[in-house]
Design a protein around this ligand. Structure first.
Ligand SMILES: *Cc1c(COP(=O)(O)O)cnc(C)c1O
Length: 326
C-alpha cells in the first residue's frame, strides 16, 4: 500500500511542475447548508484536471532506461492529457492509444500536447491491448490512470494542500471513479487527522467502485452515458491498490442522479462563477441535494473543467440532464 511519507515525497518532487490550487469559501453554499463550505479549485490545475499530479510524479520516478524508452497509456480523457503534458515537459516519449470511436477533438487535444496518438480498434479494451503490446515489444512503461502507487501518491498531494488551507475541515468530498484520487487524499488526510470524514461521490449510472465495494471485490458494471463522463469506466478486475485503499479509508459513498449533477454544474457556474465538468460537480451536487449528514466545515474538491462548452451552455440553460448525458 501507499505510505503517507510517499505523498510528502511526491509533493516535494512535483513542486514547481503543478499548481498549488486555491481554496475559496463558498458564501452561497455556506448559507444554503448552514455550515462552512470550502471549494478546492483543482479544476484550475494545468491541463484542466488534477491528473497532472499523478502523471508528473510517475514520470519523475522513472529510471534512466524507462525515461529513454517512454511511457504509454490508453486514455481519451484527463489522464491522457496529463501524461502527454508531463512527458513532453520531461522530454520523454508518450504514446496514447484510443479507439476509432473517440471524437476527433479529443484526439487532437492530446496530439497537440505532443503525444503520439495511436488509433486502434473500436473500444477502450482494444486500445489497452495496443498498450500491452507496446510495453512488451518496445519496452514502454505503462502509466495507468489510477491503480499505481506513484499515481496515487501524486493525487494525494491535494490532501496535503487541504490540510494547510483548511485545517478545520471535518468532512472532505471527493469525486470517485477508479479511486486513485480518493485513495491518495484519504491516505494523506487520515494520517494527519484520523477523525476526518472522507466521502466518495459517483454518478448512480454505472458506478463501478460503489458496486465493487458492495461486492467486496472488484466487479465490472455496464458503462452508461453520464454527465460525469470522467467518472466512467471500471476499477480493473485485477486491481491491486486503489480498491483496497478506498475500502479501508473512505467512510461513505454517495451516488448522484444526472439531474443532481446538472444542478451542481449550474450552481458552480451561476453562483461560484466556475466552469466545471460533471465529474467535478458531484460534491456541490451532494450538498445542494441535502445528501450529507449535518456537521462541521466541509471541503468539496472540484476535480476538473474539461467539459464540452456546447454541452455546458445547454446544461446552464436548464436542458434535460438525462438527454444531454446520452
Ligand atoms: C479521473 C477523474 C476523476 C476520478 O479519479 P479516480 O482516481 O479515477 O477516482 C474525477 N474527476 C475528474 C475530473 C477526473 O478526470
Amino acid at each position: 500500500m501507499i505510505d503517507p511519507q510517499d505523498i510528502h515525497a511526491a509533493r516535494q518532487r512535483i513542486a514547481g511542475q503543478v499548481r498549488q490550487t486555491p481554496v475559496d469559501q463558498s458564501e452561497s453554499l455556506t448559507q444554503i447548508c448552514g455550515r462552512p463550505v470550502f471549494l478546492k479549485l483543482e479544476h484550475r490545475q494545468i491541463t484542466g484536471a488534477f491528473k497532472l499530479r499523478g502523471a508528473s510524479n510517475a514520470i519523475a520516478l522513472l529510471d534512466e532506461t524507462a525515461r529513454e524508452r517512454g511511457v504509454a497509456a490508453a486514455s481519451t480523457g484527463n489522464h491522457g492529457r496529463a501524461l502527454a503534458y508531463a512527458a513532453r515537459r520531461a522530454g520523454v516519449r508518450a504514446v496514447i492509444a484510443m479507439s476509432a470511436l473517440v471524437p476527433m477533438n479529443k484526439v487532437r487535444a492530446i496530439a497537440a500536447l505532443g503525444a503520439e496518438v495511436r488509433i486502434v480498434g473500436r473500444s477502450q479494451d482494444d486500445a489497452q491491448e495496443e498498450i500491452d503490446r507496446l510495453v512488451v515489444e518496445e519496452g514502454l512503461t505503462p502509466v495507468p490512470p489510477f491503480d499505481h502507487p506513484h499515481v496515487i501518491a501524486g493525487q494525494g498531494t491535494i490532501g496535503l494542500e487541504m490540510l494547510d488551507q483548511v485545517p478545520e475541515a471535518e468532512t472532505v468530498l471527493v469525486p470517485l471513479s477508479g479511486g486513485g484520487l480518493a485513495a491518495g487524499i484519504a491516505c494523506a488526510l487520515k494520517d494527519a487527522r484520523p477523525g476526518i470524514r472522507i466521502v466518495g461521490l459517483s454518478m448512480a449510472r454505472g458506478a463501478a467502485m460503489a458496486a465493487s465495494l458492495d461486492a467486496g471485490r472488484p466487479v465490472a458494471v455496464e458503462e452508461l452515458p453520464t454527465l460525469a463522463d470522467s467518472l466512467g469506466g471500471g476499477v480493473g478486475l485485477s486491481n491491486r491498490y486503489s480498491f483496497a485503499m478506498v475500502r479501508d479509508l473512505v467512510d461513505e459513498v454517495i451516488l448522484l442522479s444526472e439531474a443532481e449533477i446538472a444542478a451542481g454544474i449550474r450552481h458552480a457556474y451561476a453562483q461560484e462563477r466556475e466552469i466545471v465538468e460533471g465529474a467535478a460537480a458531484v460534491g456541490i451536487a451532494a450538498l445542494l441535494a441535502g445528501r450529507l449528514p449535518a456537521g462541521g466545515p466541509v471541503v468539496a474538491l472540484l476535480s476538473g473543467r474539461n467539459i464540452d462548452m456546447g454541452l455546458h451552455a445547454r446544461i446552464v440553460a436548464g436542458a434535460d440532464a438525462l438527454e444531454e448525458a446520452a
